[in-house]
Design a protein around this ligand. Structure first.
Ligand SMILES: Cc1cc2nc3c(=O)[nH]c(=O)nc-3n(C[C@H](O)[C@H](O)[C@H](O)COP(=O)(O)OP(=O)(O)OC[C@H]3O[C@@H](n4cnc5c(N)ncnc54)[C@H](O)[C@@H]3O)c2cc1C
Length: 417
């Protein structure tokens, strides 16, 4: 980018945007990476103090024909937050819970809201956001929408697209609108009003009408599909849902200004079953049988991950002792209004698996602190495998860890929370 244009852009942003406008080398270096292998210094960084300030930043960039890229917690694994663009960091100031309707179980939230902080605010109403990536203490609602995130709780609550009711979005050319499911009547009204919004809706309808058969038949019917644009959300039988079509678009289509999220009740009691198998493949083979029991969360873990977690001091001996014998494990969480209900579901799973020929070793965990520690080991897994201790190679997320000897056999125990 020419120095003159860059300086003019910097000046415009400083003049018009209420926020931190950073073009210094230190800030560019700090924002040159996310949690992936990619490195790309941005053109500049804007940390808006308000949503309106973020809108001003996009307008200034548009005036200079400079790309924009939103950023939340920056925990993306595939370079989603690295680009030659002006990065807008929503996480520092734009993280308010705007409104909450506990009866309808809906909340309107700013994009920079950190998931754990938001869930803490909602906990007084025994409500929470369903999807829960391992990075829940850092990731933001905007980033979860950008990535169509899910996590251990996907089994029960699906992906972020399943939790988004409506979005307030801004296009690069400055069109600001709330989008969501669109009835035929609403569509006709939008088109009748004319303007840019009508153009966009008409173009979306044409896109879907022109490829309807392909979208219906070629989108893979798998629950955790997060690649590509969700054009299937625009099918008539899906309610022409423009919000859900935009979830997962990684800042390439719109900037999300606010999100209306559907919330789920916090289960009063939980129980955890850990199933031990001879290896991770055997554990994976067992997933369909386990999933039939409708757990709240279901995660796999192998011996390599556990060994690396131990080397990183992320898994203490007392936690490891609670795992049943094996070299591959499934962690299965159940919930209920009472301990009896949650435990009953766990016991039903154990009973059902015990009748099969390849029955696993089972541990029923009834100590909440131990259960917490076990989940932390699983959540730390990606970091542990990407950065094996003592390995001099610069390691990154997604790198295949060096092969490790399988874990030795462990003793059984059990727990509940
Ligand atoms: C150790 C580790 C474990 C992980 N585990 C999981 C997991 O269990 N499940 C899972 O799904 N993911 C996981 N991830 C990936 C990542 O943490 C999640 O996808 C997370 O939800 C991203 O949130 P974020 O706030 O960090 O988003 P960011 O990385 O900041 O952004 C994600 C995308 O959203 C876009 N975006 C952000 N804000 C906006 C906005 N206001 N408007 C438009 N676009 C926006 C960004 O441009 C980017 O494309 C993991 C990552 C790591 C490093």
């Amino acid at each position: 980018m020419a120095v003159g244009t860059r300086n003019e852009l910097h000046e415009d942003l400083r003049t018009h945007v209420d926020g931190e406008v950073r073009f210094d080398a230190g800030s560019l270096a700090a924002y040159a990476h996310d949690s992936s292998n990619y490195r790309q210094p941005p053109i500049g960084v804007v940390v808006p103090r308000t949503i309106e300030a973020g809108i001003e930043a996009v307008a200034a960039c548009h005036a200079h024909r400079v790309p924009v890229l939103s950023r939340g917690g920056g925990t993306s694994l595939a370079g989603q937050c690295c680009n030659e663009a002006v990065v807008i960091d929503w996480s520092k100031y734009c993280h308010r819970l705007v409104s909450l309707d506990p009866d309808a179980r809906r909340a309107v939230v700013e994009p920079g809201a950190c998931l754990d902080d938001l869930n803490r605010e909602l906990s007084g109403h025994r409500l929470m956001v369903g999807p829960r990536p391992s990075t829940h203490d850092t990731c933001t609602i905007g980033g979860m929408i950008g990535n169509n995130s899910c996590g251990a709780s996907a089994q029960a609550y699906g992906k972020m697209a399943d939790s988004v009711a409506r979005l307030e979005v801004l296009t690069y050319d400055g069109t600001r609108m709330w989008v969501g499911p669109t009835s035929g009547e609403a569509f006709d009204q939008i088109v009748a009003e004319g303007g840019r919004r009508a153009e966009i809706y008409r173009a979306l309808r044409d896109l879907v009408d022109g490829s309807m058969a392909l979208i219906r038949t070629r989108y893979p019917d798998i629950p955790r599909r997060v690649s590509g644009y969700n054009l299937d959300a625009l099918l008539p039988e899906r309610g022409f849902d423009v919000a859900r079509a935009l979830v997962g678009s990684e800042s390439t289509l719109v900037t999300v200004l606010r999100a209306e999220i559907e919330l789920v009740p916090v289960p009063r009691r939980q129980s955890l079953v850990v199933l031990g198998y001879d290896g991770i493949v055997a554990a994976a083979d067992a997933v369909p049988d386990v999933a039939e029991h409708e757990p709240l969360a279901l995660e796999g873990m192998d011996a390599t991950l556990l060994d690396l977690a131990k080397e990183h001091h992320l898994a203490s001996e007392d936690v490891v002792r609670d795992l049943p014998d094996g070299a591959g494990w499934l962690m299965v969480r159940f919930g209920g209004d009472t301990a009896e209900e949650a435990d009953g579901k766990a016991r039903a799973l154990i009973d059902a698996l015990n009748t099969s020929e390849r029955s696993p070793r089972c541990a029923f965990v009834d100590d909440p602190a131990k259960e917490q520690k076990l989940w932390r080991v699983r959540e730390a897994g990606l970091g542990a495998t990407a950065y094996p201790p003592g390995d001099p190679t610069p390691t990154r997320a997604g790198r295949t860890p060096p092969s490790r000897p399988a874990c030795s056999a462990r003793t059984c125990a059990g727990s509940r929370s």
